[in-house]
Design a protein around this ligand. Structure first.
Ligand SMILES: [Zn+2]
Length: 244
């Protein structure tokens, strides 16, 4: 197990929900996109699933109606930066400027949540003390959203060469995830068309929608319910010094 130390600067890093039982926190990064978000929202509604979205400002700004729709349907939204760059490597000033710019946009549609839940592009900085300190100055009490299980959906569209490949490739990842022993209570990572330069970009929207459908079907059939990320109510003192 990896252990990182700091002089008391770690904010909580969440991977699981605090409650026991067959409940899952779906987290959707890089949203919104006009050709996937509406269908994903309809699927979430159909399975009565409330999710947590980490929105990219550069995608949200031209799609404000989608931002509003995500919130109106009862999902939680947090900033995922403005441009999808490694903010943990960009320096604290750029990190906070990007997060604040995106949050200012989201705050037009809902009050800024406290405690704030953070996930940076490519999950950067979750073991970086400088990043934790900068974020805690920006949003006191903030917590990192890591995950306990990943759909690995950013690797699906590069494997697709024909539209018929989408469903079986998504099904493979969903079946792998459903078999994970630590799945109950996990925060699950998925994307609304992951922002990257990989091949297969023309299949990204279909992958995001298909994966959402198969995942919701599989989890529901397995008796799971869905909840947004729940922040830790209190941070144990030692966890400010030791990060597992
Ligand atoms: Zn991202």
């Amino acid at each position: 197990m990896r252990v990182s130390w700091s002089l008391g600067h770690w904010v909580p890093v969440l991977r699981r929900l605090p409650q026991a039982g067959r409940v899952i926190a779906l987290t959707i990064d890089d949203a919104p996109t006009p050709d996937a978000t509406p269908a994903m929202l309809d699927l979430l509604d159909r399975f009565q699933a409330k999710a947590t979205f980490f929105l990219s400002g550069c995608r949200a700004e031209p799609q404000l109606d989608l931002v509003e729709d995500i919130i109106r349907r009862g999902h939680q939204v947090y900033a995922h930066g403005w441009d999808h760059v490694r903010l943990d490597k960009a320096g604290p000033a750029r990190l906070i400027a990007d997060m604040e710019r995106c949050e200012a946009l989201l705050a037009r549609f809902r009050p800024t949540p406290h405690p704030y839940i953070v996930r940076l592009p490519q999950n950067g900085g979750y073991r970086n003390g400088v990043v934790h300190r900068a974020l805690a100055r920006w949003q006191p009490g903030c917590q990192f959203a890591h995950w306990g299980a990943s759909t690995e959906d950013h690797l699906i569209s590069p494997r697709c060469t024909r539209p018929e490949d989408v469903e079986p490739e998504c099904r493979k990842e969903v079946e792998r995830l459903l078999a994970a022993p630590h799945l109950p209570g996990a925060i699950v990572l998925m994307h609304d068309q992951p922002i990257n330069e990989r091949p297969g970009a023309e299949y990204k929207a279909a992958v995001s929608v298909t994966l959402t459908r198969l995942l919701l079907e599989g989890l529901s059939a397995g008796g799971y319910s869905f909840a947004p990320i729940a922040p830790l109510p209190a941070q144990p003192w030692w966890s400010r010094f030791i990060l597992f």
